[in-house]
Design a protein around this ligand. Sequence first.
Ligand SMILES: [Fe+2]
Ligand SMILES: [Fe+2]
Length: 256
Amino acid sequence: MTTPKTPVADADAGTGTGAATGTDNPAAAAAAAAFAAAYPVRPVPAPGPVDTAPIAATPAELEELDSLWQAVVHETRTRGNDIHLPISLAFAERLCRAYPEADAELVRVATLLHDTGWAHVDESRIISEGFTGDWRKATIRYEHEKQGCGVARRVLPGLGYSAEFIERVCAIIDGHDTRPVAQSLEDALMRDADRLWRFDQAGIALASSWFKMDPATYTDRLATEIIPELITQAAHDMATADLNRSTALLKTAVIR
Ligand SMILES: [Fe+2]
Ligand SMILES: [Fe+2]
């Protein structure tokens, strides 16, 4: 795929510091600025291999996370998390192979846990508030991020993760939907993995129903709104390949 390379400074042009970093927290703003300075070209080029095959070809493979899955089975039963999280984790592992300088364990754990907070908010408001209107700013979006951090702090200590690692996980989970910019490469890879699952047929089937869109409308939106949000070149390439496959399979050019 040929995506124009955009310096971050240009991408953020016209926004004030607060809008660009999405936080009033000076440490978080500094982290976002440091990440932008360290990775000035967007989408971020991939130094490692980029696999654009269907994600089913490479399921999440690292069995050391099985105990973490078992600790959050309850949380996977809300909002399709038992589909969304494993597919996102598979994309996260694939992205980490494309960006070997990232802390892969941090990306994997944050991705696995990022939406577990949906299980601890008012379920009746998830679709009515979390997927309609200006859904990225819905109160329930902030709540699911905070609750996700609560899940991480509850389950990770007993599995041997250090307090410092757990806080790095929470720094990624907190704001993963509502903060407009990434604060680290690991944060960026989690965000891209979270979006990539939507391009797989399972993601289209589930998410189009949440947004009450037919598949053609939803895949149009993936192309115009979600692909431009992807931070890494590897994610762009994976999303484009998946979108081409999915729209052909679902015949969205005709069924619209
Ligand atoms: Fe989320
Ligand atoms: Fe998610």
